[in-house]
Write a protein that binds this ligand. Sequence first.
Ligand SMILES: C[S@@+](CC[C@H](N)C(=O)[O-])C[C@H]1O[C@@H](n2cnc3c(N)ncnc32)[C@H](O)[C@@H]1O
Length: 272
Amino acid sequence: MATTADEIREEVRRRYAESARAVTERSGGCGSGACCVAGDSDASKFGEALYDAEQRGGLPEAATLASLGCGNPTAVAELREGETVLDLGSGGGIDVILSAKRVGPSGIAYGLDMTDEMLALARRNAADADIRNVHFLKGVIEQIPLPSDSVDVVISNCVINLSVDKPAVLAEIARVLKPGGRIGISDVVAEDRLTPEERAERGSYVGCIAGALSKGEYEAGLEAAGFEEVSVQFTHEVADGMHGAIVKACKTETPAAKGLPVIQPAAKTGCC
Ligand SMILES: C[S@@+](CC[C@H](N)C(=O)[O-])C[C@H]1O[C@@H](n2cnc3c(N)ncnc32)[C@H](O)[C@@H]1O
């Protein structure tokens, strides 16, 4: 059993590489092992079932087959024309392709993933969908390969629970977001009553259960990383006391935060 952070990350990478290969070979969406879709959870709680028919209709089959998320972050992020969006753990690319359509040719959608097989699948899916304003980057979400203050919106779908260093992920999201930028994340989140051991009894780490933060831990982590207007809302139960959830927050950098005099804006722009 994987125990160190490096071993856990390698096991996650291996499992999702297997999943990407299974989609490419059309032998099933999740390979032979557990991933976010499989295990004791019902398939309607993960993956393509969480997208409406209109969204699914405009996508290559392999992009929907590869969908392993626990929500639909593009539905909550309210993306606007011209924005730059970053999807953490982009998998087969479903949310990057949907985001690219929303932000249009004047916007950009980045997908970041550590698994070569997923990146190859996502690039093929974007080409099949004839989407050009996308860039798939190889890297880890704990060290995002983009400059500071360069992204309007960070989305992610069932990936942060898989990270071995969640404070680093939240700090990196805060770094790459522009002031006023926002997050719209779907993730598995535990009720505060569950200890880490109780979460691990309900499912595996690679199965997106054992590594989940609790609601209170998520809120405190985002606040510690400098976010405001933090909200974590449960949407559907995926295991006893464990839920698919929508996580929203804003990076607000006011002059006061830098110790400068505050000039009242003409109108509140709001970010969430
Ligand atoms: C559960 S799948 C979700 C994929 C996609 N977001 C979706 O909704 O279909 C998790 C994905 O995150 C990637 N991943 C997991 N941990 C990662 C990390 N620390 N850094 C980068 N990618 C990671 C995996 O390679 C995999 O493609």
